[in-house]
Design a protein around this ligand. Structure first.
Ligand SMILES: [Fe+2]
Ligand SMILES: [Fe+2]
Length: 399
Protein backbone atom coordinates (compact mmCIF):
# COMPACT_ATOMS: atom_id res chain seq x y z
CA UNK A 1 0.00 0.00 0.00
CA UNK A 2 1.14 3.55 -0.72
CA UNK A 3 0.37 5.89 2.16
CA UNK A 4 0.69 9.68 2.18
CA UNK A 5 1.28 11.51 5.45
CA UNK A 6 0.29 15.15 5.36
CA UNK A 7 1.42 16.90 8.52
CA UNK A 8 0.94 20.52 9.49
CA UNK A 9 -0.69 22.88 11.92
CA UNK A 10 -3.93 23.14 9.92
CA UNK A 11 -4.81 26.42 11.59
CA UNK A 12 -7.26 26.37 9.86
CA UNK A 13 -7.29 23.66 7.19
CA UNK A 14 -8.24 25.34 3.89
CA UNK A 15 -8.77 24.76 0.18
CA UNK A 16 -5.01 24.96 -0.46
CA UNK A 17 -4.49 21.87 1.71
CA UNK A 18 -7.26 20.14 -0.14
CA UNK A 19 -5.80 20.92 -3.58
CA UNK A 20 -2.38 19.69 -2.46
CA UNK A 21 -3.84 16.50 -1.01
CA UNK A 22 -5.77 15.84 -4.20
CA UNK A 23 -2.66 16.37 -6.32
CA UNK A 24 -0.65 13.97 -4.16
CA UNK A 25 -3.38 11.32 -4.30
CA UNK A 26 -3.36 11.47 -8.09
CA UNK A 27 0.35 11.97 -8.79
CA UNK A 28 1.50 9.19 -6.47
CA UNK A 29 -1.62 7.02 -6.80
CA UNK A 30 -1.83 6.83 -3.03
CA UNK A 31 -4.03 4.16 -1.49
CA UNK A 32 -4.36 6.18 1.66
CA UNK A 33 -3.81 9.75 2.74
CA UNK A 34 -3.62 10.81 6.36
CA UNK A 35 -3.87 14.41 7.49
CA UNK A 36 -1.90 14.60 10.73
CA UNK A 37 -2.39 17.86 12.62
CA UNK A 38 0.43 18.74 15.03
CA UNK A 39 -0.57 19.02 18.68
CA UNK A 40 2.38 21.29 19.52
CA UNK A 41 4.02 22.48 16.28
CA UNK A 42 7.81 22.41 16.76
CA UNK A 43 8.50 25.20 14.28
CA UNK A 44 6.21 27.94 15.50
CA UNK A 45 4.42 29.18 18.57
CA UNK A 46 0.67 29.35 18.25
CA UNK A 47 -1.05 32.54 19.36
CA UNK A 48 -2.68 32.34 22.77
CA UNK A 49 -6.22 32.47 21.49
CA UNK A 50 -5.54 29.83 18.84
CA UNK A 51 -7.98 26.94 18.57
CA UNK A 52 -7.08 23.89 20.65
CA UNK A 53 -5.38 20.92 19.01
CA UNK A 54 -8.71 19.06 19.34
CA UNK A 55 -10.47 21.80 17.43
CA UNK A 56 -7.82 21.80 14.70
CA UNK A 57 -8.14 18.01 14.48
CA UNK A 58 -11.94 18.29 14.24
CA UNK A 59 -11.65 20.86 11.42
CA UNK A 60 -9.08 18.70 9.64
CA UNK A 61 -11.37 15.67 9.92
CA UNK A 62 -14.16 17.75 8.34
CA UNK A 63 -11.83 18.76 5.50
CA UNK A 64 -10.75 15.13 4.97
CA UNK A 65 -14.38 14.00 4.89
CA UNK A 66 -15.22 16.78 2.43
CA UNK A 67 -12.87 15.15 -0.07
CA UNK A 68 -15.52 12.42 -0.32
CA UNK A 69 -13.07 9.53 -0.38
CA UNK A 70 -13.74 8.15 3.11
CA UNK A 71 -12.01 4.86 2.39
CA UNK A 72 -8.81 6.62 1.34
CA UNK A 73 -8.60 10.01 3.05
CA UNK A 74 -8.85 10.65 6.76
CA UNK A 75 -7.48 12.75 9.61
CA UNK A 76 -5.41 11.02 12.27
CA UNK A 77 -5.06 12.37 15.81
CA UNK A 78 -1.93 10.42 16.73
CA UNK A 79 0.11 13.55 17.46
CA UNK A 80 -2.47 14.58 20.06
CA UNK A 81 -1.76 11.43 22.00
CA UNK A 82 1.87 12.42 22.63
CA UNK A 83 3.09 15.10 24.98
CA UNK A 84 5.75 17.68 24.16
CA UNK A 85 6.56 18.99 20.71
CA UNK A 86 5.03 17.13 17.79
CA UNK A 87 8.12 16.01 15.93
CA UNK A 88 7.46 14.52 12.51
CA UNK A 89 10.21 11.96 13.13
CA UNK A 90 8.16 10.49 16.02
CA UNK A 91 5.05 10.43 13.85
CA UNK A 92 6.87 8.73 11.02
CA UNK A 93 8.21 6.08 13.41
CA UNK A 94 4.76 5.44 14.84
CA UNK A 95 3.29 5.08 11.38
CA UNK A 96 6.16 2.85 10.28
CA UNK A 97 5.34 0.59 13.24
CA UNK A 98 1.69 0.58 12.16
CA UNK A 99 2.56 -0.24 8.53
CA UNK A 100 5.96 -2.01 8.59
CA UNK A 101 5.83 -3.18 4.96
CA UNK A 102 4.15 -0.30 3.19
CA UNK A 103 5.41 2.61 1.16
CA UNK A 104 5.21 5.85 3.14
CA UNK A 105 5.32 9.31 1.61
CA UNK A 106 5.68 12.46 3.64
CA UNK A 107 3.97 15.50 2.11
CA UNK A 108 5.35 19.00 2.66
CA UNK A 109 4.92 22.51 1.31
CA UNK A 110 7.89 24.23 -0.34
CA UNK A 111 9.05 26.28 2.67
CA UNK A 112 9.11 23.26 4.92
CA UNK A 113 10.79 21.25 2.19
CA UNK A 114 13.65 23.73 1.84
CA UNK A 115 14.40 23.52 5.56
CA UNK A 116 13.91 19.76 5.89
CA UNK A 117 17.53 19.00 6.74
CA UNK A 118 17.20 21.25 9.81
CA UNK A 119 14.20 19.38 11.23
CA UNK A 120 14.46 17.19 14.28
CA UNK A 121 16.05 13.85 13.22
CA UNK A 122 15.67 14.32 9.46
CA UNK A 123 17.40 11.00 8.78
CA UNK A 124 14.60 9.15 10.61
CA UNK A 125 12.05 10.78 8.36
CA UNK A 126 14.04 10.28 5.19
CA UNK A 127 14.95 6.65 5.86
CA UNK A 128 11.32 5.71 6.44
CA UNK A 129 9.53 7.88 3.92
CA UNK A 130 9.75 9.33 0.51
CA UNK A 131 9.26 13.09 0.44
CA UNK A 132 6.75 14.86 -1.73
CA UNK A 133 7.14 18.61 -2.04
CA UNK A 134 4.29 20.67 -3.44
CA UNK A 135 5.16 23.45 -5.82
CA UNK A 136 2.95 25.90 -7.56
CA UNK A 137 2.68 25.42 -11.28
CA UNK A 138 5.31 27.69 -12.89
CA UNK A 139 6.91 28.24 -9.48
CA UNK A 140 9.91 30.52 -9.93
CA UNK A 141 11.71 28.46 -7.33
CA UNK A 142 11.35 25.25 -9.31
CA UNK A 143 15.08 25.11 -10.02
CA UNK A 144 15.93 25.68 -6.37
CA UNK A 145 13.49 22.96 -5.37
CA UNK A 146 14.96 20.46 -7.78
CA UNK A 147 18.48 21.35 -6.61
CA UNK A 148 17.41 20.80 -3.02
CA UNK A 149 15.81 17.49 -3.94
CA UNK A 150 19.10 16.40 -5.52
CA UNK A 151 21.00 17.38 -2.36
CA UNK A 152 18.66 15.33 -0.16
CA UNK A 153 18.97 12.35 -2.45
CA UNK A 154 22.73 12.59 -2.31
CA UNK A 155 23.17 13.27 1.40
CA UNK A 156 20.47 10.98 2.83
CA UNK A 157 19.78 8.60 -0.04
CA UNK A 158 16.29 10.03 0.14
CA UNK A 159 13.43 9.39 -2.24
CA UNK A 160 12.17 12.82 -3.25
CA UNK A 161 9.52 14.06 -5.65
CA UNK A 162 8.51 17.59 -6.44
CA UNK A 163 4.98 17.80 -7.77
CA UNK A 164 3.41 20.83 -9.37
CA UNK A 165 -0.12 21.68 -8.42
CA UNK A 166 -2.02 23.42 -11.18
CA UNK A 167 -4.83 24.73 -8.98
CA UNK A 168 -2.84 25.44 -5.84
CA UNK A 169 -4.82 27.91 -3.75
CA UNK A 170 -2.73 30.97 -3.07
CA UNK A 171 -3.51 31.61 0.57
CA UNK A 172 -1.53 31.16 3.75
CA UNK A 173 -3.17 30.26 7.02
CA UNK A 174 -1.83 33.48 8.55
CA UNK A 175 -3.54 35.60 5.89
CA UNK A 176 -6.68 33.56 6.24
CA UNK A 177 -6.86 34.04 10.01
CA UNK A 178 -6.56 37.78 9.47
CA UNK A 179 -9.43 37.71 6.97
CA UNK A 180 -11.63 35.63 9.24
CA UNK A 181 -11.21 38.10 12.08
CA UNK A 182 -12.59 40.75 9.71
CA UNK A 183 -15.59 38.64 8.77
CA UNK A 184 -14.12 37.63 5.41
CA UNK A 185 -12.19 34.72 3.91
CA UNK A 186 -14.85 32.04 3.71
CA UNK A 187 -14.13 31.55 -0.01
CA UNK A 188 -10.80 29.93 0.98
CA UNK A 189 -12.48 27.33 3.14
CA UNK A 190 -14.75 24.43 2.48
CA UNK A 191 -18.18 25.48 3.80
CA UNK A 192 -18.38 22.84 6.50
CA UNK A 193 -15.01 23.89 7.97
CA UNK A 194 -16.22 27.49 7.90
CA UNK A 195 -19.41 26.38 9.67
CA UNK A 196 -17.34 24.74 12.40
CA UNK A 197 -15.38 27.99 12.84
CA UNK A 198 -18.60 29.98 13.17
CA UNK A 199 -20.19 27.55 15.58
CA UNK A 200 -17.14 27.55 17.82
CA UNK A 201 -16.41 31.26 17.46
CA UNK A 202 -12.82 30.61 16.33
CA UNK A 203 -10.39 33.18 14.86
CA UNK A 204 -12.28 36.16 16.20
CA UNK A 205 -15.49 35.36 14.35
CA UNK A 206 -18.36 36.42 16.52
CA UNK A 207 -21.28 35.13 14.53
CA UNK A 208 -24.71 35.61 16.03
CA UNK A 209 -25.93 32.07 15.45
CA UNK A 210 -29.56 33.09 15.93
CA UNK A 211 -29.43 35.50 13.00
CA UNK A 212 -27.30 33.84 10.34
CA UNK A 213 -27.88 34.40 6.66
CA UNK A 214 -28.73 31.32 4.62
CA UNK A 215 -25.15 30.68 3.44
CA UNK A 216 -23.79 30.71 6.99
CA UNK A 217 -26.70 28.63 8.28
CA UNK A 218 -25.94 26.03 5.61
CA UNK A 219 -22.25 26.06 6.54
CA UNK A 220 -23.08 25.46 10.21
CA UNK A 221 -25.53 22.69 9.44
CA UNK A 222 -23.12 20.97 7.03
CA UNK A 223 -20.33 21.18 9.60
CA UNK A 224 -22.30 18.79 11.81
CA UNK A 225 -22.90 16.09 9.22
CA UNK A 226 -20.95 13.79 6.94
CA UNK A 227 -20.14 15.35 3.58
CA UNK A 228 -21.97 12.60 1.71
CA UNK A 229 -25.26 13.74 3.33
CA UNK A 230 -24.98 17.33 2.06
CA UNK A 231 -26.35 16.51 -1.36
CA UNK A 232 -29.54 15.17 0.19
CA UNK A 233 -29.89 18.19 2.46
CA UNK A 234 -29.47 20.55 -0.49
CA UNK A 235 -32.12 18.54 -2.33
CA UNK A 236 -34.56 18.84 0.57
CA UNK A 237 -33.99 22.58 0.75
CA UNK A 238 -34.57 22.99 -2.96
CA UNK A 239 -37.65 20.72 -3.08
CA UNK A 240 -39.09 22.29 0.09
CA UNK A 241 -38.88 25.79 -1.41
CA UNK A 242 -40.58 24.59 -4.60
CA UNK A 243 -43.37 22.88 -2.69
CA UNK A 244 -43.86 25.93 -0.46
CA UNK A 245 -44.19 28.20 -3.50
CA UNK A 246 -46.61 25.75 -5.08
CA UNK A 247 -48.86 25.36 -2.03
CA UNK A 248 -48.67 28.91 -0.72
CA UNK A 249 -46.47 28.30 2.35
CA UNK A 250 -43.54 30.53 3.37
CA UNK A 251 -40.65 29.43 1.13
CA UNK A 252 -38.03 30.88 3.48
CA UNK A 253 -39.32 28.80 6.37
CA UNK A 254 -39.32 25.71 4.15
CA UNK A 255 -35.74 26.58 3.17
CA UNK A 256 -34.54 26.85 6.76
CA UNK A 257 -36.34 23.67 7.78
CA UNK A 258 -34.66 21.89 4.85
CA UNK A 259 -31.21 23.23 5.70
CA UNK A 260 -31.42 22.13 9.33
CA UNK A 261 -33.63 19.03 9.27
CA UNK A 262 -30.82 16.45 9.39
CA UNK A 263 -28.20 18.49 11.25
CA UNK A 264 -27.90 15.96 14.10
CA UNK A 265 -28.25 12.88 11.91
CA UNK A 266 -24.74 11.63 12.66
CA UNK A 267 -24.79 12.02 16.41
CA UNK A 268 -24.54 8.75 18.26
CA UNK A 269 -27.26 7.48 20.57
CA UNK A 270 -25.54 8.79 23.67
CA UNK A 271 -25.26 12.34 22.33
CA UNK A 272 -28.86 12.21 21.10
CA UNK A 273 -30.11 11.10 24.52
CA UNK A 274 -28.00 13.70 26.32
CA UNK A 275 -29.42 16.43 24.09
CA UNK A 276 -32.98 15.22 24.67
CA UNK A 277 -32.39 15.38 28.38
CA UNK A 278 -30.82 18.83 28.17
CA UNK A 279 -33.80 20.28 26.33
CA UNK A 280 -36.49 18.32 28.18
CA UNK A 281 -37.57 16.21 25.20
CA UNK A 282 -39.74 13.37 26.50
CA UNK A 283 -39.14 10.06 24.71
CA UNK A 284 -41.17 6.89 24.46
CA UNK A 285 -39.63 3.43 24.64
CA UNK A 286 -39.20 3.02 20.92
CA UNK A 287 -37.52 6.40 20.51
CA UNK A 288 -35.13 5.70 23.34
CA UNK A 289 -33.66 2.88 21.29
CA UNK A 290 -34.05 4.15 17.74
CA UNK A 291 -31.28 6.61 16.97
CA UNK A 292 -32.89 7.20 13.57
CA UNK A 293 -35.97 8.70 15.20
CA UNK A 294 -34.05 10.86 17.63
CA UNK A 295 -32.29 13.10 15.09
CA UNK A 296 -35.61 14.76 14.22
CA UNK A 297 -36.16 15.73 17.84
CA UNK A 298 -32.62 16.85 18.59
CA UNK A 299 -32.47 18.62 15.21
CA UNK A 300 -35.56 20.59 16.21
CA UNK A 301 -33.96 21.47 19.56
CA UNK A 302 -30.77 22.69 17.88
CA UNK A 303 -32.85 24.69 15.37
CA UNK A 304 -34.68 26.35 18.24
CA UNK A 305 -32.04 26.84 20.91
CA UNK A 306 -28.88 27.28 18.85
CA UNK A 307 -30.15 28.87 15.64
CA UNK A 308 -33.22 30.68 17.03
CA UNK A 309 -35.62 29.27 14.44
CA UNK A 310 -39.33 30.06 14.72
CA UNK A 311 -41.66 27.53 16.33
CA UNK A 312 -43.27 26.26 13.12
CA UNK A 313 -39.87 25.54 11.50
CA UNK A 314 -38.80 23.57 14.58
CA UNK A 315 -42.10 21.67 14.63
CA UNK A 316 -41.68 20.65 10.99
CA UNK A 317 -38.18 19.34 11.78
CA UNK A 318 -39.48 17.55 14.89
CA UNK A 319 -42.02 15.56 12.86
CA UNK A 320 -40.10 15.08 9.61
CA UNK A 321 -39.30 11.40 10.19
CA UNK A 322 -42.47 10.00 11.73
CA UNK A 323 -45.15 12.44 10.63
CA UNK A 324 -48.19 12.78 12.96
CA UNK A 325 -51.89 13.51 12.95
CA UNK A 326 -52.91 17.10 12.11
CA UNK A 327 -49.73 18.06 10.32
CA UNK A 328 -49.45 21.71 9.31
CA UNK A 329 -48.76 22.70 5.72
CA UNK A 330 -45.09 23.30 6.55
CA UNK A 331 -44.89 19.89 8.32
CA UNK A 332 -46.23 18.19 5.21
CA UNK A 333 -43.90 20.10 2.91
CA UNK A 334 -40.77 19.10 4.82
CA UNK A 335 -42.01 15.52 5.19
CA UNK A 336 -42.54 15.23 1.44
CA UNK A 337 -39.40 17.15 0.42
CA UNK A 338 -37.38 14.74 2.56
CA UNK A 339 -39.12 11.79 0.93
CA UNK A 340 -38.81 12.77 -2.72
CA UNK A 341 -36.01 15.33 -3.16
CA UNK A 342 -34.27 14.99 -6.55
CA UNK A 343 -31.55 12.66 -5.22
CA UNK A 344 -34.02 10.04 -3.94
CA UNK A 345 -34.29 6.94 -6.04
CA UNK A 346 -36.57 4.08 -5.01
CA UNK A 347 -39.56 2.30 -6.39
CA UNK A 348 -42.61 4.52 -6.21
CA UNK A 349 -40.76 7.84 -5.84
CA UNK A 350 -42.15 9.11 -9.16
CA UNK A 351 -45.70 8.62 -7.92
CA UNK A 352 -44.82 10.52 -4.73
CA UNK A 353 -43.34 13.37 -6.80
CA UNK A 354 -46.46 13.61 -8.90
CA UNK A 355 -48.83 13.57 -5.94
CA UNK A 356 -46.77 16.10 -3.96
CA UNK A 357 -47.71 18.73 -6.54
CA UNK A 358 -51.30 17.64 -7.16
CA UNK A 359 -52.66 16.37 -3.83
CA UNK A 360 -50.37 16.95 -0.88
CA UNK A 361 -52.47 14.96 1.63
CA UNK A 362 -52.60 12.02 -0.72
CA UNK A 363 -48.82 12.26 -1.09
CA UNK A 364 -48.27 12.26 2.68
CA UNK A 365 -50.70 9.36 3.02
CA UNK A 366 -48.75 7.37 0.45
CA UNK A 367 -45.48 8.33 2.16
CA UNK A 368 -46.77 7.03 5.50
CA UNK A 369 -48.02 3.88 3.85
CA UNK A 370 -44.64 3.25 2.25
CA UNK A 371 -42.88 3.82 5.58
CA UNK A 372 -45.22 1.44 7.38
CA UNK A 373 -44.73 -1.19 4.71
CA UNK A 374 -40.98 -0.76 4.83
CA UNK A 375 -40.90 -1.16 8.61
CA UNK A 376 -43.11 -4.26 8.38
CA UNK A 377 -40.85 -5.82 5.79
CA UNK A 378 -37.84 -5.19 7.99
CA UNK A 379 -39.63 -6.55 11.02
CA UNK A 380 -39.27 -3.24 12.84
CA UNK A 381 -41.89 -1.60 15.05
CA UNK A 382 -44.01 1.14 13.52
CA UNK A 383 -44.01 4.47 15.31
CA UNK A 384 -47.48 5.26 16.62
CA UNK A 385 -47.28 8.80 15.22
CA UNK A 386 -46.77 7.45 11.70
CA UNK A 387 -49.76 5.15 12.19
CA UNK A 388 -51.74 8.13 13.53
CA UNK A 389 -50.89 10.24 10.46
CA UNK A 390 -51.79 7.37 8.16
CA UNK A 391 -55.11 6.57 9.87
CA UNK A 392 -56.20 10.17 9.94
CA UNK A 393 -55.41 10.91 6.28
CA UNK A 394 -57.01 7.65 5.18
CA UNK A 395 -60.19 8.37 7.16
CA UNK A 396 -60.40 11.89 5.78
CA UNK A 397 -60.07 10.55 2.29
CA UNK A 398 -62.99 8.16 2.88
CA UNK A 399 -65.28 10.91 4.22
FE1 LIG B 1 -34.01 13.01 8.70
FE1 LIG C 1 -33.43 13.99 5.45
Amino acid sequence: MKIGIYGGTFDPPHLGHMAAARAALDALELDKLLFVPAAVPPHKALPEDAPSAEERLAMTAILADAMLRPDRVEADGLELERTGKSFSSDTVQALRARWPEDELWFLVGTDMFLSLQDWHEPETILSNCGIVAFARARDDRMEALERHAARLREKFGAKVRVIQIPDLVEISSTELRGLLAMGKGQEWLCPSVYGYILMHGLYGTHADLEHLDDADLRACSYSMMKAKRIRHVKGVEEEGVKLALHWGADPEKARKAGILHDCTKYWDLEKQLRTCEKYGIVLDDLERRAVKLLHAKTGAAIARYVFGMPEDVCEAIYWHTTGKGDMTLLDKILYMADYMEPGRDFEGVERLRELAYTDLDEAVLLGCEMSIQDMEERGQPIHYRTQEAYDQLRDRKRD
